[in-house]
Design a protein around this ligand. Structure first.
Ligand SMILES: [Zn+2]
Length: 322
């Protein structure tokens, strides 16, 4: 009896309806890093993605003028920037969920855009449902299994795009159902993802056309904040802060693959706040001005990611050619 009452109490704490105010301790534990959030801890499920059901739609196709990769936004000098985090996962392995980053952002009330791989969503389904119910975070697509859109055939690209969207739709249903079962008001979770981040930052002309057909805006970055072996080094944060301009899109990872990103996030947020910057989601940044578009995908300069084409299997997913 005591045991079940305790379980119920714990469950209620974990699944409080409204997001807790910044710094609130009540829900703190549920956003803490646990063993199952670790990199490579959860088993890899290599089975195909769910099928695109009736609930898995896409935004309307983009006009040709919106095709391309968005590297930053011209905010007219307004000091707003978007923090973005990729949750990449190849076909052949699993990665983690960096709850240290998410709980820090949540405590600070700092919004962020999270680009999740579709299979990553399946691996970390419980976390994704939890994140979907937190309005501070926005979810974009990072393909199904990190396929390389610079070298993939068109059908494979479509599979990567549709698989991630189908997984998102399936978990959105779970999040809505869970909220209803708890008697909570329905959380505002967009019916589909409208933002896409290219794995490896790689693309082709055909990839840009296909992504525009699915109505997905391709969000890249002008600040690749992580660098070197240990991102916790203050020098990495200083270098990143020095690259930030009004309208910047900042790339980092929240899958526990690069080392020390949580420390980098803390330093960077504090530094940018001291410089007078505020943080917005990518969708908010896009509403503030014209995006700066490119036709190529790259880290810092065109061509600097081409060597990655040969390093992650035949198509970027880590798989060997069948
Ligand atoms: Zn990635």
């Amino acid at each position: 009896m005591r045991f079940s009452a305790c379980l119920v109490a714990a469950w209620m704490m974990v699944l409080g309806c409204a997001p807790a105010p910044a710094g609130a301790g009540q829900e703190g534990a549920s956003w803490s890093l646990t063993a199952s959030d670790g990199k490579g801890v959860l088993p890899n499920d290599p089975s195909p993605p769910p099928a695109l059901g009736p609930g898995a739609g896409f935004p309307p196709a983009l006009p040709a003028s919106d095709q391309g990769t968005i590297r930053s936004v011209d905010t007219g000098g307004e000091k707003a920037v978007a923090l973005t985090f990729d949750m990449c996962e190849l076909a052949v392995s699993t990665t983690g969920c960096d709850m240290e980053i998410l709980s820090y952002l949540r405590q600070k009330g700092v919004p962020a855009t999270l680009f999740m791989g579709g299979k990553w969503m399946r691996t970390h389904a419980g976390r994704v449902v939890q994140i979907m119910r937190e309005p501070l975070f926005e979810i974009g697509s990072h393909a199904w299994t990190h396929g390389n859109f610079g070298i993939m055939a068109e059908e494979a690209m479509r599979g990567q795009i549709e698989g991630a969207q189908a997984q998102y739709a399936a978990l959105r249903e779970v999040a809505l159902r869970e909220a209803a079962e708890q008697g909570c008001p329905p959380p505002e979770i967009p019916a589909c993802m409208g933002l896409f981040r290219l794995p490896y930052g790689r693309c082709s002309e055909r990839a840009l056309e296909v992504l525009a057909e699915y109505g997905l805006r391709v969000i890249q970055w002008d600040v690749a904040a992580e660098g070197g072996k240990d991102n916790a080094s203050p020098a990495v944060a200083r270098a990143a802060a020095g690259m930030v301009r009004p309208g910047s899109i900042i790339l980092m990872h929240a899958n526990l693959v690069p080392r020390g990103t949580a420390a980098l996030v803390r330093s960077l947020v504090e530094d940018l706040e001291a410089q007078g910057y505020r943080f917005v989601k990518v969708s908010g940044l896009l509403g503030m001005g014209e995006p700066r578009l490119a036709r190529e995908g790259y880290f810092s300069r065109p061509g600097d990611n081409l060597s990655l084409d040969a390093r992650f299997g035949f198509d970027g997913t880590g798989r060997k050619r069948p």
